[in-house]
Design a protein around this ligand. Structure first.
Ligand SMILES: CC(C)(COP(=O)(O)OP(=O)(O)OC[C@H]1O[C@@H](n2cnc3c(N)ncnc32)[C@H](O)[C@@H]1OP(=O)(O)O)[C@@H](O)C(=O)NCCC(=O)NCCS
Ligand SMILES: CCCCCCCCCCCC(=O)O
Length: 202
């Protein structure tokens, strides 16, 4: 692959998996919540570990290359069906920007009931990928991502993030976004530079 618009990136196509895929991903997220918030008695611990190992063994034969799993390509699902991404739902997508809503869950806990500071760059960075795509920019990579943490980000509360392209200069796309609660209280602001990839660039 060496065409200019995508650098060396594979071309991803949207996936429309059966509903059970969404159920699986959501159940796994709930297990992540529980794995970080429970203190299981020994017997339950052994049973849970057995079940987890059994599930992993059942899934292992079906590993496919990047871009072939529905994970990350299922646009109708929270977090596009990816366990890595924040399980948020896109409300608005287009050249004027992207907006999405969702919650930071128990498995995103940092300390004292707040979201881990490292989870916000993940939210913003993935949003910025969508923003530059919605604006019609070629495949790009994040060169920098600057975050101002303005207030503690709560868990289990519906929040909103929205952002847009502010400037384009050659290969460079500048983007800004803000994370708020539903009353409009600003929790974090972020600005970023994304640089479009040259032919064959990874
Ligand atoms: C971003 C990246 C592709 C840019 O490398 P490159 O293709 O060699 O591009 P250049 O270094 O020539 O930079 C292109 C332009 O962006 C600017 N730029 C690049 N990185 C920058 C940064 N961190 N801060 C400010 N400007 C930056 C350059 O100054 C240059 O501007 P100019 O055209 O006005 O002179 C490369 O550094 C890279 O791959 N970094 C890793 C990206 C990554 O892994 N991101 C996370 C996953 S998406
Ligand atoms: C149709 C689905 C589109 C999915 C695009 C996935 C792009 C992944 C880009 C990864 C960028 C990064 O590493 O930060």
């Amino acid at each position: 692959m060496s065409d200019t618009p995508h650098g060396g990136f594979p071309r991803f196509t949207p996936a429309h998996p059966p509903a059970d895929f969404g159920r699986l991903v959501e159940a796994l997220r709930t297990i992540q919540d529980l794995a970080v918030s429970t203190d299981l008695p020994e017997e339950q611990l052994a049973a849970a570990a057995d079940q987890a190992e059994k599930l992993a063994a059942a899934m292992a034969p079906y590993v496919v290359p990047e871009g072939a799993s529905p994970a990350g390509r299922s646009l109708e699902l929270p977090g596009r069906g990816s366990l890595l991404l924040m399980p948020w739902t896109i409300e608005k997508y287009g050249p004027d920007g992207v907006q999405s809503t969702g919650v930071f869950r128990r498995y995103h806990l940092g300390g004292n009931a707040a979201a881990h500071g490292g989870t916000l760059p993940l939210l913003f960075d993935d949003l910025f990928g969508l923003i530059q795509h919605g604006y019609g920019r070629p495949r790009s990579r994040t060169a920098f991502l600057h975050i101002d943490y303005r207030a503690v980000t709560p868990l289990d509360q519906q929040l909103r993030v929205s952002g847009h392209v502010t400037k384009v200069e050659g290969r460079k796309t500048f983007i800004e976004a803000v994370l708020t609660d539903l009353d409009g209280k600003v929790l974090a602001e972020c600005n970023s530079l994304m640089v479009s990839l040259l032919p064959g660039q990874p």
